[in-house]
Design a protein. Structure first.
Length: 329
């Protein structure tokens, strides 16, 4: 009986069979119906593809030999990221790119401008630092959103019980933890007159400590370079601050000698908040022989040959020309 059924099906006339074109059209209509039903959106797919590509541009900017070109190009890229995030608010790679992008832009191009003009126009320098702080806080907010993608409610828990909040994070979260802590810490360093902002220090400590536990070699020891400076101002921790900082410096040196990665300088924490404090700091810096970047009468060749006073790493890749040089009296 099964053989008879097979023969009848085989000998069926071609007019009884569905045409190949009709089968293709039916399949196309099915896909179209699927798209229109909301199960998939071509617009969202395209936005995600652009977001994936844009999220990977950070290394391209960091490796570019023309900092002026990068300075002019980065703002457009950052605003494009924000436009895409308005359409796909939980794109985790794009959120991370925005966090690191705003942090690095503020640190490399906005905050140094304030240092440059401070002696000439203090008010303009303070306004520039206020702008840098806003950029850091914007970066922090994107970082918290990136953590929220995998860990719902972590933003609020960081403010109430930061240690427990980061306990659920894993190695995949290390970039998010590091850049969020870096942006948050940079904002606090420029907002020491804001008690509410300073009160967030435990959240920063919890994130950076958790990142260190999960992957201490992240970005060629960037976490250690963060802590070299931070340990000097950390409160409520056992041991001498200098000893704790030295441990991170030694660990970073070991990691660098192993990988051969170039050194980068750690971020400096600033405490200038008013003209009187700024004047005191400038006077102390000159009297102690620190803080000079290029003595006014030093020849260019001598400047290039001058030995840097620090060889620690810098997490945000500030150019080596920013390294402090010995002062001339």
């Amino acid at each position: 009986m099964f053989e008879l059924k097979r023969r009848l099906m085989t000998n069926r006339s071609s007019s009884d069979r569905p045409l190949p074109g009709l089968r293709t059209a039916a399949a196309g209509m099915g896909i179209l119906a699927l798209l229109l039903s909301g199960c998939a959106s071509p617009r969202k797919i395209a936005i995600n593809m652009v977001g994936d590509a844009l999220a990977g541009t950070g290394t391209t900017f960091a490796a570019d030999p023309d900092p002026e070109l990068v300075k002019e190009a980065v703002p457009f890229g950052l605003k494009l990221m924000e436009a895409l995030l308005a359409e796909t608010p939980e794109h985790k790679d794009l959120l991370l790119a925005a966090t690191s992008g705003f942090t690095q832009y503020a640190y490399a191009f906005v905050e140094p401008k304030a240092d440059k003009i401070e002696d000439v126009d203090f008010d303009a320098a303070e306004a520039t630092r206020a702008r840098a702080r806003k950029l850091y806080l914007r970066a922090r907010d994107y970082g918290l959103r990136s953590l929220e993608v995998r860990h719902k409610g972590i933003s609020q828990r960081l403010l109430t019980d930061p240690t427990a909040a980061v306990a659920a994070t894993g190695k995949k979260d290390v970039p998010n933890l590091y850049w969020t802590a870096a942006a948050w810490g940079a904002a606090i360093s420029l907002g020491l007159d804001d008690p509410e902002l300073v009160a967030d220090m435990p959240a920063i400590e919890a994130m950076i400590d958790r990142a260190l536990d999960l992957d201490e070699d992240y970005e060629a020891g960037a976490i250690h370079t963060f802590l070299i400076t931070y340990e000097m101002i950390r409160q409520g921790t056992a041991g001498e601050p200098a000893d704790r900082a030295r441990k991170h410096f030694d660990r970073f040196g070991t990691q660098w000698r192993t990988t051969g990665r170039p050194l980068r300088r750690p971020r400096r924490i600033r405490f200038r908040r008013n003209p009187e404090q700024a004047g005191i700091q400038r006077t102390a810096r000159k009297s102690l022989g620190g803080g000079c970047r290029r003595p006014p009468r030093m020849a260019a060749a001598e400047h290039r040959d001058a030995t840097p006073r620090t060889v620690a790493a810098e997490p945000h890749r500030r150019p080596l020309s920013r390294i402090d040089r010995p002062c001339q009296t």
